[in-house]
Design a protein around this ligand. Structure first.
Ligand SMILES: [Zn+2]
Length: 327
């Protein structure tokens, strides 16, 4: 197999996907721009699936990419729109798929993930500042908008849900998150974890038959009040946690702090003589014939390295006191 001179490692394909090729690169003092051009000659309609080679238009978009060398990096993408050739298809014109970016998005999926990850722990404004340091241009308004655009799809007829408490931003604010147990998509993100908002939510979801929940009694109370017929399920993690907590209590009550064993038998009472084996450190010190008596000066006085503390019965002090009296 023969490779083209500069394409040995498929860097282009790995970074931008096989449908595009880099035809130009620009580096200025404050940004990098990669110019990409579509390589496809046809594309299948996302609605009917029919392959079309009828070109409708060529479009250009600039999308922010993950930073390279900590410098804001953009890709200028030249892509195609095709006419659907299926006369019965309601879609007349469709855009070729850009794998790393959704329609009308200013950031690639990877970059969005990065922004979300940082913003989980910081305020919108600090997120913007921190990201700027590593070469991502995003304003605090955009960070907030990204959050607001997270789609939470509620389902009024849902029958099985899971709920748990989560902390939003640095553990300062708590929320209750509700999932559809079938496909695990988020149904709601409610303020607080005291069960108040959950009660209101449950009022509008009376078809629920099963709820998997954590150990919080506030959730249990809310469910018992609004949907007493519902089966409540504790997951294995929480059951195991309950079990371990209970065992710890029992061990503390039932088992004495020290257990004395002589000749392989447990003694009922504390024996008079207890052999304490020297620790490894002590054994090493003994081998070294380590002298741990305090150092003394030529007059036999203990040299104190810590001059902040003084010993009132020290020979030195007594002599000084004696001298003061003489004066
Ligand atoms: Zn179509």
């Amino acid at each position: 197999m023969r490779f083209k001179k500069y394409d040995i490692y498929n860097v282009n394909d790995n970074l931008f996907g096989g449908d595009f090729k880099v035809y130009n690169f620009e580096e200025t003092e404050n940004k990098n721009i990669y110019y990409l051009k579509s390589k496809v000659i046809n594309c299948s309609c996302p609605h009917c699936g029919m392959v079309s080679n009828s070109l409708h238009a060529t479009c250009t978009r600039t999308i922010q990419f993950v930073p390279i060398h900590l410098k804001p990096t953009y890709i200028n993408v030249n892509f195609y729109k095709f006419n659907c050739l299926n006369e019965e298809c309601p879609v007349k014109v469709f855009r070729q798929d850009i794998k790393y970016c959704g329609p009308k998005q200013k950031f690639t999926y990877e970059l969005k993930c990065l922004i979300f990850a940082v913003s989980l722990f910081l305020s919108d404004e600090t997120t913007s500042k921190v990201l700027k340091l590593i070469g991502i241009n995003v304003s605090n308004d955009t960070v907030r908008r990204l959050y607001q655009n997270i789609e939470i799809k509620d389902e009024l007829d849902v029958e099985e849900i899971g709920l748990d408490d989560v902390s939003i931003r640095k553990g300062m604010k708590y929320a209750t998150v509700i999932y559809d147990m079938k496909d695990h998509h988020m149904l709601a993100l409610l303020d607080g974890r005291d069960g108040k908002t959950l009660k209101e939510w449950l009022q509008n979801h009376k078809k629920i038959k099963k709820i998997a929940r954590d150990r919080a009694t506030s959730y249990a109370n809310a469910i018992n009040e609004v949907l007493p017929e519902t089966i409540q399920i504790a997951d294995r993690f929480h059951l195991f946690q309950n079990l371990v907590d209970r065992f710890k209590e029992i061990f503390k009550q039932e088992i004495p702090e020290n257990i004395y064993i002589l000749d392989g038998k447990i003694l009922d009472e504390r024996p008079n003589n207890i052999i304490v084996k020297a620790t490894v450190e002590q054994q090493i010190l003994q081998q070294l014939e380590y002298d741990d008596t305090p150092p003394v000066d030529e007059n036999g006085y203990i040299i104190k390295f810590n001059n902040k503390s003084s010993e009132p019965n020290d020979k030195h002090h007594l002599i000084q006191a004696e001298n003061r009296k003489k004066k």
